[in-house]
Design a protein around this ligand. Structure first.
Ligand code: UD1
Ligand code: MG
Length: 462
């Protein structure tokens, strides 16, 4: 097998984005654009990946490249000034000049391309033994793109950029996607021979194609039918369209794996989310970050789940917000529950409406069904938390813990002034403010005795 290295061109500012952020940091399905070509390069087992950065290079490196796991083989290089795509490839030369395989060129702003499509490009390139092979597509409106100029017999003559087109060439719909694969030996021996374009004063990588053709080298074209996949993103409008298509594409992939979307168009998925078969997702649900959902779990309307792991057969009722939490199988959450970061809900737990958890573990089969705040707490197995229970975890300076053993019964409207520990099978009378530890098996009450004044109403009125 010929080995592969990848160069990702991402130095451009993206003026048409009308934004201060570097173009490749704008997000699609929750991930910065650059993340997608990087992932393609990694999935193809690139020996080296060189990312050419320019505008905001530090920020791009911090926000994307440094976040990639196992990034040993990724190298960032700054291109300054930015003198065109061939000049950008030249910046990568020092890192790859001893490399003998194929070089894949991807663009940071062509993020939608599938790894399977690039694989097909690579195998065609190798089968045909080309010096380079381009990925082309046909679009309705080719304005702005480099056009493929072909002879009568269909063979390629070269690529001409928009501003160098003759009037009769403007209507050519076949465009260069920016993605190509080339033999490293050919690419690096010729890249410095490309001359500056006289009009734009830039070095065009596409001039390499004319050069190869003149030298009688094999130049292949792989025409890909789905233009949406290989179209560049140049404006926030195109970003939104790409995002929309990406949503559709991800949902179709999940449907093939047994996921039901009740109203797919209103569901928002991020690309790091993992689903399982027999998951059902209601309308207006948003699943973000590294969320993983186990088989048989139902997420009802309007819930937002971020960076959380849900087990099997969990039921999330409408309008829950769940962040950085773990929920075990057969738990029942909501409606209107809020699980804040670092909460752990064990199997068969019930969390009801208007219950807020923060950094709290609810052990197996415990219940907190109504109106409660449980923060920095552990609730023991099978314990029952009455409506209106509040852990007073904050003294104005520090957070303190509330620990309940198993089978504790907490009457409604209880406050636990932390730090406080309640032993197993203890019983807390409704309306209590618990400031001291309660031993196992005891009843704790802190409210005043009820007073009854007979005939009070009659006396008031007379
Ligand atoms: C380029 C191609 C064009 C193709 C189109 C597809 C050339 C000369 N033209 O044009 O044939 O149809 O892409 O989208 O190659 N970049 C750098 N450094 C630079 C210039 C660009 O890293 O000095 C990067 C950009 O960040 C971007 C990519 O290269 O990711 C393409 O640059 P862009 O300016 O968008 O090229 P186009 O004019 O779109
Ligand atoms: Mg472009």
């Amino acid at each position: 097998m010929v080995s592969l290295s990848t160069i990702i061109l991402a130095a451009g500012k993206g003026t048409r984005m009308a934004s201060r952020r570097p173009k490749v940091l704008h997000r699609i399905a929750g991930e910065p654009m650059l993340h997608y070509p990087l992932r393609v390069a990694m999935r193809l087992q690139s020996k080296k990946i060189v990312v050419v950065l320019g505008y905001g290079h530090k920020q791009v490196e911090d926000e994307v490249v440094s976040k990639v796991k196992n990034s040993k083989n990724i190298q960032c290089v700054e291109q300054k000034p930015q003198l065109g795509t061939a000049h950008a490839v030249r910046q990568a030369t020092p890192f790859l000049k001893h490399f003998l395989g194929d070089i894949l060129i991807l663009y940071g702003d062509v993020p939608m391309v599938r790894v399977e499509t690039v694989r097909t490009l690579l195998s065609l390139h190798r089968q045909e033994g080309n010096a380079m092979t381009l990925l082309s597509t046909t679009v309705q409106n080719p304005t702005g793109y480099g056009r493929l100029i072909r002879l009568q017999d269909g063979s390629l003559m070269g690529i001409v950029e928009e501003r160098d087109l003759k009037p009769d060439q403007k209507k050519i719909g076949e465009i260069y996607s920016g993605i190509m694969v080339a033999k490293a030996s050919y690419l690096f021996s010729r890249i410095s021979h490309i001359k500056k374009n006289k009009i734009k004063k830039e070095y065009y990588l596409t001039d390499l194609i004319a050069m190869a053709l003149e030298e009688g080298e094999g130049v292949g074209v792989f025409h890909w039918g789905d233009s949406r996949e290989v179209q560049g993103i140049n404006s926030l409008k195109e970003l939104a369209e790409a995002g929309h298509w990406m949503q559709q594409r991800m949902k179709e992939e999940w449907m093939m794996k047994g996921v039901t979307f009740i109203d797919g168009a209103s569901t928002q998925l991020e690309s790091g989310v993992q689903l399982s078969s027999d998951v059902v997702i209601g309308p207006q649900v948003s699943l973000r970050g590294k969320t993983r959902i186990g088989s048989g779990t139902i997420i009802d309307q309007g819930s937002v789940i971020v960076d959380s792991v849900l087990g099997r057969d969990v039921s999330i009722q409408p309008y829950c917000v769940i962040e950085e939490s773990r929920i075990a199988s057969r738990a029942h959450i909501g409606p209107f529950a809020h699980l804040r970061p670092l909460s752990v809900v064990e199997a068969e737990v019930h969390i009801g409406n208007f219950v807020e958890l923060k950094k709290t573990r609810i052990r197996k089969k415990a219940k907190a069904n109504h109106l409660s705040y449980l923060g920095d707490a552990v609730i023991g197995e099978r314990s029952n938390i009455g409506a209106g229970t509040i852990t007073c975890n904050y003294d104005g300076q520090k957070k303190h813990r509330t620990i309940l053993g198993p089978d504790v019964f907490v009457g409604s409207d209880t406050q636990f002034v932390a730090p406080v520990t309640i032993g197993r099978q203890a019983y807390i009378g409704a309306g209590s403010t618990i400031t001291k530890n309660v031993p196992a098996g005891s009843l704790a009450l802190s409210r005043v005795d009820q007073k009854v004044i007979r005939g009070w109403i009659r006396r008031q009125r007379s």
